[in-house]
Design a protein around this ligand. Structure first.
Ligand code: MG
Length: 165
């Protein structure tokens, strides 16, 4: 088994859509970014790459790559999944830290979205939302948001090996 963690932060500005975990969230502000700014999928991608010691999202998708401008982050996640060859994802646990936007009504949709993107059962995908309690500078004032992700991956067939030992 191997573990990976990911972390990301994006500024929130008017005139941008807000995407979290592949789900569009109703909000006056959206995440600024070279891609669609999906902070949760970016943290998740970093966690998956980290679990395989394959660097980070910036190494695989350089922010100056014009082809990636405005790209849907679900496409980025789909491009990362083949790199996990030989491993399967056991479970994922994520936290989104943001102010003013209530994520509670969207949590299960975000879990379903990530579960579907990763071909996992929804019981293996945990998504939590947390307020910054008006601290943490821009996050506390609702002008930025943060996501953290942890992932456990397991070598395929490792369970079968155990049965034969
Ligand atoms: Mg990002």
């Amino acid at each position: 088994m191997r573990v990976g963690t990911g972390w990301d932060i994006h500024r929130l500005v008017e005139g941008r859509p807000l995407r979290i975990g592949g789900v569009t969230i109703e909000s006056d502000k959206g995440a600024l970014g070279h891609s669609d700014g999906d902070v949760l999928l970016h943290a998740l991608i970093d966690a998956l790459l980290g679990a395989c010691a394959l660097g980070d999202i910036g190494k695989h998708f350089p922010p100056d790559d014009e082809n990636l401008k405005g790209i849907d982050s679900t496409i980025l996640l789909n491009r990362v999944l083949p790199l996990l060859e030989g491993y399967e994802i056991v479970n994922i646990d994520c936290t989104v830290i943001l102010e003013k936007i209530r994520l509670a009504p969207y949590i299960d949709r975000i879990r379903e979205s990530i579960a579907s993107l990763l071909s996992l059962d929804i019981s293996s995908v945990s998504v939590k939302a947390k307020s910054a309690e008006m601290m943490m500078m821009e996050v506390g004032t609702g002008d930025a948001l943060i996501a953290q992700a942890a992932v456990l991956i397991e070598e395929k067939d490792s369970k079968e090996d155990l049965y034969w030992v």
